[in-house]
Write a protein of this length. Structure first.
Length: 114
């Protein structure tokens, strides 16, 4: 079973959702802006993605520029920022119980779910 971290207002996220829908594979949707992730959930997802916390940050978001840009943050502090401001999390993210991918472009999702 796959999970997608989805933001319905994001075109790339909608594209990844369509890939999953068209695949016929089972998946669940986590609208992470409406149902924020815990720090532990983020750590587990990052482990599946094989990424460091900073690599999952949308650094062009106002929240990042205003509160964190230019600061030397630990991984733990970056995780706290994503918990406090879920909008900072890259999207879409698709994962299963072992691996995952940031789904931009959508072809990354297509390859991942093969």
């Amino acid at each position: 079973m796959y999970t997608i971290l989805h933001n319905s207002r994001c075109g790339k996220s909608r594209e990844a959702m369509k890939v999953l829908e068209d695949s016929g594979k089972e998946f669940e949707v986590r609208e992470y802006l409406k149902e924020p992730l815990t720090k532990q959930e983020l750590q587990a997802i990052l482990s599946k993605l094989k990424l460091k916390p900073i690599e999952l940050i949308r650094t062009n978001e106002d929240e990042w520029k205003t509160n964190f840009k230019g600061k030397d943050l630990s991984d733990d502090e970056v995780l706290d920022a994503m918990v406090q401001f879920p909008k900072l999390i890259q999207r879409p993210v698709v994962f299963d119980d072992k691996n995952g991918v940031v789904g931009r472009p959508k072809e990354l999702v297509e390859e991942f779910i093969k």
